[in-house]
Each structure stands twice: as structure tokens, then as C-alpha cells.
Design a protein around this ligand. Structure first.
Ligand code: NAD
Length: 295
């Protein structure tokens, strides 16, 4: 019901929290995220201009009167696009939407002397609306000038979470780089083993079907985005290598047929999860029931 009321608000439009804002320019605005922000800002009464590749001859004109500039280009181009910006008006808010935060934020602080904000929408463009989605934000400069925009995002229904750019990137190494790489490797393995998907699905209970769907949905998305996310830092590679190493260690348990050691390790992990293990059991049970009921 919440979702329905948000999506009907989409059609009517949202409250304009900063009616005096000069035009917003979205660099990379023809892309997936850029289009979503264009839609939300337009529905909120702001004037939005797009600067995509091929529009740079108009950059000076577009940017000289901008009230806010949002960078939404592929991750691997983010820093060079920021460095390429002409001087922005002193009060212009410079924002980026990249899935990694520290390097883009440093680039923005170097390129602009006015307000700077790092945003990471923690969802893909297929979500349809921002209702109940998480948007992570990192303080850059002059947070008081950016406050209305954070509130505007809340008006769109999203939940905000503030974190430092460095901590953001450390956490994303687990949430994104390692997780997506493991999914990629699992998909690669299914494909190389030439598994018959129809048969797997015919034999699957709802939970396995859901797990398979979580793997398969990665491959419906943009490979460049995931390459950029996974390869965004040396520390991601080091983390993935440690995972690979642990995988190997776990395999030696199998080679030795050492069930006792397996059970021991299992219990160590169970202890580490603590109350979350039972909590996750209950939570996933509820989710599975809901998924079944909806069929
Ligand atoms: P996208 O490829 O759909 O869009 C990128 C846009 O940038 C394209 O329109 C492209 O033409 C344009 N572009 C390329 N080079 C340019 C240049 N030199 N100057 C101007 N425009 C240029 O990518 P996307 O998925 O919209 O991602 C954009 C940003 O959003 C990335 O930083 C990404 O990390 C972030 N993001 C994406 C998702 C997602 O699921 N798609 C989720 C969270 C954050």
C-alpha cells in the first residue's frame, strides 16, 4: 500500500523544497540512473538539462547558470568527467551518483570550491520508484547548502544513510565487489558445466529458485557497471583473493573427508552470526511465504 501511494504521488508530482533553484544539469543524463533522477526532479518541479556525451560543445552555456550539477556517467569515466567541468557558479551544488565514493568525492572537491555531496543510490533503475530504497550520502563540503536536496530525496520516499566515503567503500567491497564476483563465478560455473536450467528449476523448491533468480538477475544487467564496481580498487582484489584462499582451505576439509572439522567450522560461523542466524531464518521464511502467496 505504501508503494502504491508513492507511485500515485509520482504521477501528481512531489513537493518542491527549493523553488528558487536554478536549472539542474545531469551529466550522463541519458543513462539509466540519470533518467531516473531527471524524472524525479522534473516531477518535483525543477528544470532539468541533460549533458550527455556529444553535448560538451554546449557545456559552458549549460553549466554557467546551473544550480546543481549531477554526475551520472559510467564509474570508470567519473573522475575524468569531473576534472573536465568548467568553473561552476560558486553556489552550485556538485553531486555524483557513483557506486564508489572516495575517489569521485576527492575529484569533486578538487574541481569545485562550492557545495559538494556524494550520493550512492543503493538500487538499480528497475526499481521503478525510490519508495523505501536506501540512498547513502557522504559529506563533501557545505552540508547546509545540500540539506534541502537530501530532504527532497526523503520526500521521494527513500531512506537516507550517512557514512564517510572511505567507510562506504570498505563496506561496498563486501556488499558489492565480493558478492557480485561470487555471483559472477557461480554463473560462470553453471554455464561451463552446461547445466540444464529447465531441469534445475523443475527440481527446485521455491528457495532454490529464488537463489537461482538472484544469480541470474546479475546477467540481465550491464557488465561494464559490474566490471567497474568489482575492479574499482586493489583492496577489492585482495579481498576476493582471501575469499578464494578460504574456499581452498574449505575444500581440503572435503578432501580429507573430515566431517568433524566441517562441523567445527560450521559452528564457528554460526557463533559469529549470533542471534542473526535465527533472525535470518525467520526473516527469509516470511519472505518465502510472501513470494509463494503472490504466485
Ligand atoms: P549508463 O551507462 O546507463 O549511463 C551513463 C551515461 O553517461 C550514458 O548516457 C552515457 O552516454 C553517458 N556518458 C558517457 N560518457 C560521457 C561523457 N564523457 N560525458 C557525458 N556523458 C557521458 O550508466 P548508469 O547505470 O546510469 O550509471 C551511472 C552512474 O550511476 C554510475 O556512477 C553508477 O555507479 C551509478 N549507479 C548505477 C546503478 C545501476 O544499477 N545502474 C546503481 C547505483 C549507482
Amino acid at each position: 500500500l505504501m508503494r502504491e501511494s508513492y507511485s500515485s504521488e509520482n504521477d501528481k508530482g512531489f513537493k518542491t523544497l527549493c523553488p528558487t533553484l536554478r536549472p539542474v544539469v545531469i551529466v550522463g543524463g541519458k543513462g539509466q540512473m540519470g533518467r531516473m533522477f531527471e524524472k524525479m526532479l522534473t516531477l518535483s518541479g525543477y528544470q532539468v538539462e541533460i549533458l550527455d556525451k556529444g553535448d560538451w560543445d554546449r557545456a559552458d552555456t549549460l553549466l554557467s547558470s546551473a544550480g546543481m550539477v549531477i554526475i551520472s556517467v559510467p564509474i570508470h569515466l567519473t573522475e575524468e568527467v569531473i576534472a573536465r567541468l568548467p568553473t561552476l557558479p560558486e553556489d552550485c551544488i556538485l553531486v555524483d551518483l557513483a557506486s564508489i565514493k572516495n575517489r569521485p568525492l576527492q575529484a569533486m572537491l578538487a574541481a569545485h570550491s562550492g557545495p559538494v555531496l556524494g550520493l550512492h543510490p543503493m538500487f538499480g533503475p528497475d526499481s521503478g520508484s525510490l519508495a523505501k530504497q536506501v540512498v547513502v550520502w557522504c559529506d563533501g563540503r557545505q552540508p547546509e547548502a545540500c540539506q534541502w536536496f537530501l530532504e527532497q530525496i526523503q520526500v521521494w520516499g527513500a531512506r537516507l544513510h550517512r557514512i564517510s566515503a572511505v567507510e562506504h567503500d570498505q563496506n561496498m567491497a563486501f556488499i558489492q565487489a565480493l558478492r557480485h564476483f561470487a555471483t559472477f563465478a557461480y554463473g560462470l560455473h553453471l554455464a561451463e558445466e552446461n547445466v540444464q536450467l529447465e531441469q534445475l528449476l523443475a527440481l527446485s523448491s521455491p528457495i532454490y529458485r529464488l537463489e537461482l533468480a538472484m544469480v541470474g538477475r546479475l546477467f540481465a544487467q550491464d557488465p561494464q557497471l559490474y566490471a567497474d564496481i568489482i575492479m574499482s580498487s586493489e583492496s577489492n582484489l585482495a579481498l576476493i583473493k582471501r575469499y578464494y584462499h578460504r574456499f581452498g582451505e574449505a575444500i581440503t576439509l572435503l578432501e580429507k573427508g573430515d566431517k568433524q572439522a566441517f562441523v567445527h567450522s560450521f559452528n564457528q560461523v554460526k557463533h559469529w552470526f549470533g542471534d542473526y542466524a535465527d533472525h535470518f531464518m525467520q526473516e527469509s521464511r516470511t519472505l518465502l511465504r510472501q513470494a509463494n502467496d503472490r504466485k
